[in-house]
Design a protein around this ligand. Structure first.
Ligand code: ZN
Length: 132
């Protein structure tokens, strides 16, 4: 068994903080020492950990990804969203966080972001907490 929650994304490309949802699941699990896996079951959305203090960091990441991988290019995929698939593979579908004394262990500025590359859509995030 694993937990899941929904994310409604407001734009085609955006990063959404999901720390509160994941922390709630860790707390509910009662696990004190272990690992939390955050998994995004989509081919055009992913998850990453990066700076959450200054929102300009995530804006810079989005701008840079859009420059590296333009939405319209010489792509073969007929659906017209190849850029979203490529961005998703670069960012990745999962993250892992260590849990100690019932809390996620993170650096001072680190936050967890759901990364939408083909929104707006309703998305799912799967969370598995393992430990004791
Ligand atoms: Zn596609």
């Amino acid at each position: 068994m694993f937990d899941k929650f929904s994310v409604s994304t407001p734009a085609r490309v955006c990063m959404i903080s999901i720390d509160n949802e994941v922390e709630g699941i860790i707390k509910k699990s009662g696990i004190q020492n272990g690992i939390c896996v955050i998994y995004v079951p989509h081919t055009t959305a992913g998850v990453t950990i990066n700076e959450g203090a200054d929102p300009a960091v995530m804006s810079d990441i989005i701008d840079c990804l859009n420059k590296l991988i333009p939405s319209h290019g010489n792509y073969r995929h007929m659906e017209g969203n190849s850029d979203a698939h490529i961005k998703t593979s670069l960012i990745g579908a999962s993250e892992h966080i260590i849990i100690e004394e019932g809390k996620p262990v993170r650096g001072t500025w680190q936050k967890l972001f759901f990364c939408e590359f083909d929104g707006p859509r309703n998305r799912q995030v799967y969370v598995k907490v393992i430990g004791e």
